[in-house]
Ligand binder design. Structure first.
Ligand code: ADP
Ligand code: MG
Length: 442
């Protein structure tokens, strides 16, 4: 059993290894070093908590070493998706997301801890139901945010047992603020109950570091992160964001391009909705587009490639969505949409997205010198897009790091990993949700 030695390891952290400096041959610096892995020197078990949108996610990882010798091991990673519930709204309904996180986060933690079988550090003050003083301290805080969460907390006797966790990493933003607050409120309680420090994490940074994990490494196996060089360019494409980030090192991000309106994932979802497909629409559009290519179904009408000729690195996807709306309305004048039409339009839409993303990445690569391309966010599950992005990276002779399927969408594994790189931690009272948090700004 992997964790037979854990109690011992926690008491006697592993040899932290040597911190390696920058590569003397090349003037570039090891991505891992720059990414702050050098700062993670001690053996740690980190609990990751993610509730920024419609996925309630928790993960436990172990980390050890620093710099080039940094390694991590996934203990467990669970995601409870609310996608089915939001389908009727054609997108995420914030009040429902908040309520569902409040209902699900405690049972999910129970499952995570039961499956992980971490050794215990002790119990919260003996004889008191769930350390009632601390729970009471947070009553106002939690109930104002989420009554379901508070009720579940009072019942959750398993929280009396303090697991061997050294740090809690929680998403503080960006995201839907009511949803983020559930993770923050819960973290405040856990941190106070178990006396564990907190690393507040930017969700977008999570997507960046998530792409550094090796897709092949099974849970329970120590892994080094993917080898790469700095500075790097990241393309983050998700339901809420479309950003190009110039990365010099951890905490040193510059957003060099972003969407002026809809995110690319949002455009996929809205297009899917117009075609009568369920939420989240990305995978459905992508499947129809693939079928259209295989069956040689042409586009029924051309769609725009928004901002492709603009002299900057910004994106805009709302015009593309509106063009889909007009195309659908026009087609409906002659009767219900045919499968042929849906497939052809999905193909044209995906093509428009591909051309737009490729042209902006290309413009970025022509503007700044980078040695690695990182792609992250839920839309990076789209293999048609990533195949073309990989081809482009090949033309520029730079490696591309793509997230494995289980970390492309929202998850807490990436949040826990980002938590390993934080040099400072916070106390429960110091953390709060920041719905519009930007990368690179505190
Ligand atoms: P957020 O963090 O903004 O909630 P995620 O990172 O979870 O978003 O990504 C979800 C988005 O990814 C959704 O908009 C979904 O439609 C999109 N998506 C998932 N799979 C694919 C795919 N194969 N092709 C295109 N988009 C996809
Ligand atoms: Mg995301």
């Amino acid at each position: 059993m992997i964790y037979a030695r854990l109690a011992q390891l926690v008491e006697h952290p592993l040899d932290v290894g040597r911190v390696t400096g920058s590569n003397p041959v090349s003037r570039t610096t090891s991505l891992l070093d720059k990414l702050g892995a050098s700062r993670c020197t001690h053996y740690m078990i980190i609990l990751g908590i993610e509730t920024s949108c419609d996925d309630t996610a928790l993960a436990l990882i172990e980390t050890r070493g620093s710099g080039e010798s940094f390694e991590c091991r996934v203990i467990n990673s669970l995601v409870h998706s609310q996608a089915d519930l939001h389908t009727t709204y054609g997108g995420v309904y914030p009040a429902l997301a908040k309520r569902e996180h409040g209902k699900n986060i405690i049972p999910l933690l129970k499952k995570l801890l039961e499956e992980s079988r971490l050794p215990l550090r002790g119990q919260t003050s003996e004889g008191k139901p769930l350390h009632e003083e601390i729970v009471e301290t947070f009553r106002a805080d939690v109930t104002s945010q989420n009554a379901e969460l508070f009720e579940a907390l009072v019942q959750a006797q398993f929280l009396k047992n303090i697991p061997s966790i050294d740090r809690i990493a929680v998403t503080e933003g960006p995201g839907l603020e009511p949803a983020l607050w559930v993770g923050i409120s819960f973290t405040r309680i856990l941190s106070a109950l178990w006396n564990i420090p907190v690393a507040p994490i930017n969700h977008m940074e999570g997507h960046i570091v998530g792409s550094l994990l090796n897709s092949e490494t099974p849970h329970g196996t120590w892994q080094k992160l993917q080898e790469s060089r700095f500075p790097a360019l990241a393309l983050l494409i998700s339901g809420g964001h479309t950003e190009l980030i110039h990365i010099q090192g951890i905490g040193n991000y510059s957003i060099i391009g972003q969407t002026k309106d809809d995110a690319v994932g949002e455009a996929f979802d809205k297009t899917a909705r117009l075609l009568g497909l369920p939420y989240p629409g990305g995978p459905h559009i992508s499947r129809l587009a693939q079928e259209a290519r295989e069956e040689n179904i042409p586009s029924p009408t051309p769609l725009p490639r928004p901002m492709i000729g603009s002299n900057d690195l910004n994106f805009s996807f709302s015009g593309l969505k509106t063009a889909v709306l007009y195309a659908v309305r026009k087609a409906e004048e002659t009767g219900p949409l045919t499968e042929q039409f849906k497939k052809g339009l999905a193909r044209e839409f995906e093509e428009a997205v591909r051309e737009t993303l490729i042209s902006k990445i290309k413009a970025a690569l022509d503007t700044i010198e980078v040695h690695t391309l990182i792609v992250g966010g839920g839309v990076s599950a789209n293999t048609y897009l990533t195949t073309h992005i990989s081809k482009l990276a090949e033309e520029y002779s730079i490696p591309v790091l793509l997230p494995s399927r289980h970390v492309s969408g929202d998850n807490a594994l990436m949040i826990a990993l980002a938590g390993a790189f934080q040099t400072t931690t916070k106390t429960p009272g110091e953390i709060r949700a920041h719905g519009t948090k930007k990368l690179g700004f505190n």
